[in-house]
Design a protein around this ligand. Structure first.
Ligand SMILES: C[S@@+](CC[C@H](N)C(=O)[O-])C[C@H]1O[C@@H](n2cnc3c(N)ncnc32)[C@H](O)[C@@H]1O
Length: 297
């Protein structure tokens, strides 16, 4: 589906961000920032992987996490077999090691029975803008099915409930309210750090834990690394590019009484960028939710 008025390419009606080259660039920059937020770690689950283990990278996007995770393990003498899935192949890398596989699949409907009890570790990052309650429950049930008994899942997400943490002026406050309406209309679950642990336990997972990391937005961030993360965080331009990516769904929904045209939305996002650059107050929270499938399943 190509959204001509916005010049962005969207692969799905349900997922609110584009699947084009501009978005690939944003995801790759954001990847580095998130890894920094987790102290330079690609994952925090207490996995103990060995050569030949199979790993699932759900919602792989550009595949940057999987490729770095594969390389890191290989340099440590562990050669993994990684399955990367996404609903769109548009951002998949053109070249990759033969042990890293890419396929078009949805996490709510993984190959069955082929992948049942297959993966020693499943990693999934930033599906917040793609899911509603029904889809999350199906995804968690599928992850439970495809992970081996004793295996871990790690779901990395961003706070999407309390937009007041980055509402630092009239534009950012208006944008926050607009995005809140967009998310509400799509059934997006904002408080995933509360919601996911509940549905993971309901699905049968144990050892469910949440590891939150506070990340500065704007400011400009590198001048004042946050005392908890001590990393750069989200530059105001990165935060701008995130919301620019949602212009298609915003305009398609009629602008929620906040904007009437693409140009008005772009001006609102640009105004937000300026407010964030000039404020030292804004932040968001990333968190990794860990859960283990019991051994005796
Ligand atoms: C914000 S991007 C994150 C990509 C990658 N995980 C990262 O952190 O760089 C979300 C990705 O989820 C994918 N996605 C959306 N719905 C999905 C689904 N039901 N199953 C699998 N992937 C999905 C999108 O196509 C997109 O590539």
């Amino acid at each position: 589906m190509n959204e001509q008025p916005t010049g962005r390419y969207y692969a799905s009606k349900q997922y609110l961000l584009p699947a084009d080259n501009v978005e690939t660039q944003r995801l790759n920059t954001q990847h580095n920032m998130i890894v920094n937020a987790f102290g330079g770690k690609l994952f925090v689950a207490p996995t103990n992987l060995t050569t030949g283990d199979r790993v699932l990278e759900s919602a792989a996007g550009s595949g940057i996490w999987a490729l770095e995770f594969f390389e890191k393990n290989r340099t440590e003498g562990v050669t993994l077999d990684i399955e990367c899935i996404d609903i769109s192949s548009a951002q998949f890398p053109s070249t990759h090691p033969s042990e890293v596989h890419f396929s078009v699949n949805s996490v709510v409907n993984l190959p069955n029975p082929d992948w049942t009890d297959t993966f020693s570790f499943a990693h999934q990052r930033l599906l917040v803008a793609a899911m509603n309650d029904t889809l999350w429950r199906s995804a968690v049930a599928e992850l439970f099915r495809v992970v081996k008994p004793g295996g871990w899942v790690e779901l990395v997400e961003i706070e999407a409930q309390d937009f007041s943490t980055w509402s630092v002026g009239p534009n950012s406050t208006k944008l926050a309210s607009l995005i809140n309406a967009l998310y509400g209309g799509k059934g997006v679950i904002g408080d995933l750090s509360v919601y996911l642990p509940v549905i993971l336990k309901e699905a049968g997972f144990v050892n469910v834990q949440c590891d939150p990391r506070r990340v500065t937005i704007g400011g400009e961030v590198d001048a004042t690394p946050h005392k908890i993360t001590e990393v750069k965080g989200y530059g105001s331009d990165m935060w701008r590019d995130l919301w620019m990516g949602m212009k298609g769904p915003v305009i398609e929904a009629g602008g929620y009484g906040a904007v009437d045209t693409v140009e008005e939305y772009e001006a609102l996002v640009q105004g937000t960028e300026v407010e964030l650059k000039n404020s030292k107050e804004a932040y968001t929270i990333f968190f990794a939710i860990l859960a283990r499938k019991p051994e005796n399943t």
